[in-house]
Design a protein around this ligand. Structure first.
Ligand code: ADP
Ligand code: ZN
Ligand code: MG
Length: 480
């Protein structure tokens, strides 16, 4: 029997608000443990929550970007459970009346566009962070735990899809597109490695042609887009193996082990009734009126899909447009083009060398020491022949290493082309004098040797001569 995979994704997005969801504590990443805390986010007796308006506005903005309906009336609920990093013994979340419902996002995992339904976007608060000591770092073989409540109460948005995704590639395309939207809205730094963007993937199999859903497994702990795709591919294989051997799939949570390249059984899955949800008595329901909606809608910036179309209309191919938008390089691209550089040349640098640099160093576009004006300058220096195409790569490497603007780097690293005719004539005449046999053969009609002489001049000048000018000078002098 052939099985089809069915995938739904739950995404948590930590918002970039300055303060936490229900108190005024700062949200900075990397502060000393348990320094960004107060009675509210530590769950001390008598502390009362006050909602963060910015977080609510941003959640609505994401809902709008995903074409959701925005609920005129929504409610915070308490989700009750005990865990050491949850000091109130409940998390304030949303349940049956979330802020945003019923949207969609179109993605392409390489086999054509698919519309992924968005079930809901809601707002909740993050938990503290547990660090398990000893063993593998997971709770089951830990000797103790350290708890940092700095993360406790940071606004967390959850985006839930319908089970509309069919392949690991589509899941990755969805995650990448959602991340690009979040970045375009500027509501999170969306770093998977730091956990400000977290994906849980639900996956089940069903016989091809069937329309009922199979038993699902929830896979957690993927901290890159690549691991999301790998974890799903592994899990689909695993489930296929179980079913082929006549077994049944247990509904459970499984953890992705990046090093081992496999998922491992975690806890059994709880039901929503286990959480004893009830409306948060310390908060009034959220009423969202038409003026606020209009104001937020007017603030939605250009979204990735529209941006890609604009880039393609400016002459970029689909792959380059996709790479720029997905890699968060559109700001650099727009700035360089605004500074006068040709769109295709800028796109080549960004989707080639710059993307390779980001991948190699594991850094983000935001960390680059290259700006749009610098990129435009580099393109201009290549166009005008000030640096050769090869030397331009070294210039860029210098800029990316923080050595300064392209012109400064080219001067300091001595990469400017010699296009000053006087200097070139000297170099050409030296080469001709050193290779008189070849010159004689050129004069005798063997024009192919011109290339050899150009090579000699390039070598003698350390690659800094303008090869076209050298070629011209040699031909003039040898009559080739
Ligand atoms: P739970 O109550 O277990 O959290 P939900 O119904 O809230 O389950 O769904 C959580 C996620 O799992 C959603 O993204 C949903 O699309 C997806 N999902 C639900 N059922 C299945 C299934 N049988 N196979 C794959 N994904 C599923
Ligand atoms: Zn606090
Ligand atoms: Mg659920």
């Amino acid at each position: 029997m052939n099985y089809e995979a069915v995938i739904g994704i739950e995404t948590h997005v930590e918002l970039l608000t300055h303060s936490k969801m229900f108190c005024g504590c700062p949200t900075d990443f990397g502060a000393d443990p348990n320094t960004n805390v107060c009675p509210v986010c530590l769950g001390l007796p008598g502390a009362l929550p006050v909602p963060n308006e910015q977080a609510i506005h941003w959640t609505i903005a994401l809902g709008m970007a995903l074409e959701c309906s925005i609920a005129p009336h929504s409610v915070f609920h308490r989700k009750n459970y005990f865990y050491a990093d949850l000091p109130k013994n409940y998390q304030i979340s949303q349940f049956d009346l979330p802020l945003c419902v019923g949207g969609h996002l179109d993605v392409d995992g390489g086999t054509g566009e698919r519309r992924v339904g968005i079930t809901r976007v809601h707002l909740e608060e993050d938990t503290g962070k547990s660090t398990h000591l000893g063993g593998s770092g997971r709770i089951h073989d830990a000797s103790g735990a350290l708890i940092d409540f700095n993360r406790s109460g940071i606004p967390l948005m959850e985006v839930v899809t319908e089970p509309d995704i069919r392949t690991p590639e589509e899941a990755r395309a969805y995650a990448q597109e959602l991340r690009a939207i979040v970045l375009a809205l500027g509501i999170s730094d969306a770093r998977l490695e730091e956990g400000s963007l977290r994906f849980d993937a639900n996956v089940s199999l069903r016989p091809e042609g069937s329309t009922t859903l199979g038993t699902k497994v929830e896979v957690k702990n993927m901290n890159s887009l690549r691991s999301l795709q790998r974890a799903l591919a592994f899990e689909i294989d695993r489930q296929n193996g179980v079913l082929a051997a006549g077994g049944t799939i247990a509904q459970e949570t499984r953890h992705w082990d990046e090093a081992a390249g496999r998922t491992e059984s975690g806890r059994g899955k709880e039901e929503s009734s286990d959480y004893r949800y009830f409306p948060e008595p310390d908060l009034v329901p959220l009423e969202v009126g038409p003026e606020l909606l209009a104001r937020l809608r007017a603030g939605i910036p250009e979204l990735p899909a529209v941006r890609r179309e604009r880039y393609m209309a400016a002459g970029l191919d689909a792959t380059a447009a996709r790479t720029l938008v997905a890699g968060d390089l559109s700001g650099l691209f727009d700035d360089a083009v605004a500074a006068g550089a040709a769109p295709r040349a800028v796109a080549n640098w960004l989707s080639g060398e710059v993307t390779a640099h980001l991948n190699r160093t594991g850094t983000d576009a935001a960390d680059l020491t290259l700006d749009g004006a610098g990129l435009a300058e580099l393109v201009e220096m290549v166009d005008s022949g000030e640096v050769s195409a090869t030397a331009a790569k070294d210039v860029l490497a210098g800029v990316l290493a923080g050595e300064g603007t392209p012109r400064k780097v080219a001067e300091r690293r001595d990469l400017l082309q010699i296009s000053d005719v006087g200097a070139l004539v000297v170099a050409v005449d030296e080469a001709l004098a050193a290779h008189q046999d070849e010159v004689a053969r050129i004069r005798g009609g063997d024009a192919r040797l011109v290339g050899f002489l150009v090579g000699q001049v390039m070598k003698a000048t350390g690659g800094r001569a303008d090869p076209q000018a050298v070629d011209r000078l040699i031909r003039e002098r040898t009559g080739a």
